[in-house]
Unconditional design. Structure first.
Length: 490
């Protein structure tokens, strides 16, 4: 049921995230149409081919003339054949230094990668069971070897591992999971069971000459949604390509939304990965793990990663009402722990605990009440993506705080909760400060935006290239007695 706000002042203490999953960005104004035009002018020609080493990011991501499907990459550069006695990888010495191999051994020894599609609680694939623990004493694990093989092909092996950014990590991990010959990939069947959940006809990588005789994993087409579904985000030109293939990679997040942005971070996640254990749903802890008495001593640890397609945003994957997601990466005043509790699976709704304090609440309300600018002061609420449009369904009052100190802190925290590792002002709405009294309300409505008359320049259709509101976060600033009104219904 869509949300509606009841009469009266809303209660303090809860914050609900209503993730409608109908958008891929937080703002209806993420990219003006002229931005897309300027970015795509130089890439919609059939000859615009990106380098297989990931050094080029030019690729069409919008409609193109029939018969002019571009190829994703030029043929991969062949690396020289290794001589006997040489390291397994060009990067092996620096890799061992990064993972602190000499002191703590291989961090992926005894760890299985388990991969989920974005927003899905059940995994689609897991690491192959081919690790012979007797042979790993002082040796590289299969996971390390897969990562190193990908690094050797990424940017022709010329970029040092200690200079990798998150886009390099995306490309290398996607290759390690889903690319490889003669059983070199890390996942069972190269992640074949992690394929797209939508139908894609004539995917542009099918026409790449260097891939003509190559059987690609379905996971490759999951990560790269093709010409008609890959949304152009603000960091589009920073993304790298999957080595040897030339397609767009996935980015990977933990269950709690933390993006894997460096090899050192991946190593730490592997060292902290729990042993899953065997228990029933009723015996599980609130965070989904089994109790210590259900964990097998000496068992293998599991590192669950959620694969998010190029141009899309992380989506939480709750499995049951009451499930807890602890968010230690979200920093709040007084360093209190932040966590989500699932209160609905459809729509996805969560209570967020310790998200903000009374001091921040009071400061935000005070600033809103003192605001005098016509565009930001408290007045009758409006609706729509542009202009001031009074709607009879929304009788509340609201003002905007876009750049106040507390508003900025809260907005950055919102982005962190939702799985964004960097803050982009243009991806957020201004902080709306709403006031309801006994005669005002906002009756059932959708928070995502539609342009039924096609009068606005922005493309809100998220099924393909458009973007829309991705989530709503409600902060309750005041309190009422039980039954006095002010509820939000989803």
């Amino acid at each position: 049921m869509p949300p509606s706000k009841g009469l009266g002042v809303v209660k303090t203490g809860g914050i609900c995230i209503a993730a409608y999953l109908l958008g891929v960005a937080l703002s209806p104004h993420i990219l003006p149409i002229d931005f897309l035009t300027s970015k795509l002018q130089h890439v919609i020609k059939p000859a615009a081919a990106a380098a297989a080493d990931g050094s080029s990011n030019n690729v069409a991501a919008t409609s193109i003339p029939a018969g002019s499907s571009p190829t994703p990459a030029s043929p991969p550069v062949k690396l020289p054949k290794k001589q006997p006695g040489e390291p397994a990888s060009l990067h092996e010495p620096s890799y061992k230094s990064i993972v602190n191999f000499d002191k703590e051994n291989d961090p992926f020894h005894g760890v299985d990668f388990v991969v989920h599609r974005n927003g899905e609680p059940d995994p689609c694939s897991r690491q192959k069971d081919d690790e012979d623990e007797a042979d790993l004493d002082g040796a590289l694990s299969p996971a390390s070897l897969s990562i190193l093989r990908a690094a050797d092909h990424h940017r022709q092996g010329q970029k040092p591992l200690d200079m990798y950014d998150k886009y390099d990590v995306d490309a290398v991990l996607t290759h390690a999971f889903a690319v490889g010959r003669r059983g070199e990939s890390l996942l069972e069947g190269r992640g074949e069971s992690c394929g797209a959940t939508w139908k894609e006809n004539d995917h542009y990588i099918d026409s790449a000459p260097h891939l003509k005789d190559v059987t690609l994993s379905a996971m490759i087409k999951y990560c790269d949604m093709g010409l008609y579904r890959t949304t152009i985000q603000l960091d589009f030109e920073k993304n790298g390509r999957v080595p040897e293939i030339g397609s767009w990679p996935c980015h990977f997040h933990t269950r709690e939304g933390l993006r894997v942005a460096s090899l050192k971070q991946l190593v730490q996640l592997a060292r902290d990965a729990p042993i899953p254990g065997q228990c029933t749903e009723e015996e599980r802890n609130v965070d989904g793990t089994c109790g210590a008495d259900k964990v097998s001593e000496g068992g293998r640890r599991e590192l669950h990663l959620y694969a998010v397609q190029m141009g899309r945003n992380f989506i939480f994957a709750p499995k049951y009402v009451g499930e807890i997601f602890e968010l230690p990466h979200v920093k709040v005043p007084q360093n209190l722990p932040v966590w989500l509790e699932v209160i609905s699976l459809e729509p996805r709704v969560f209570d967020v605990f310790n998200f903000f304090d009374r001091g921040e609440s009071a400061a935000i309300v005070e600033k809103a009440l003192k605001e005098t600018a016509e565009t930001h002061r408290i007045k009758r609420s409006s609706t729509g993506a542009s202009g001031y449009n009074v709607n009879s369904q929304r009788t509340s009052e609201n003002g905007f705080d876009t750049h106040g100190k507390q508003a900025q802190a809260v907005k950055r925290r919102c982005m962190s909760v939702l799985g964004f590792d960097t803050y982009e002002e243009s991806l957020t709405d201004g902080l709306q400060v709403l006031r309801y009294n006994k005669t005002t309300a906002y009756i059932p409505h959708l928070d995502w935006i539609d342009d039924y008359q096609k009068q606005q320049e922005h493309d809100f259709d998220t099924e393909h290239l458009g973007s829309n509101r991705f989530a709503t976060i409600l902060l309750y600033m005041s309190d009422l007695e039980e039954g006095a009104g002010g509820e939000t219904v989803f």
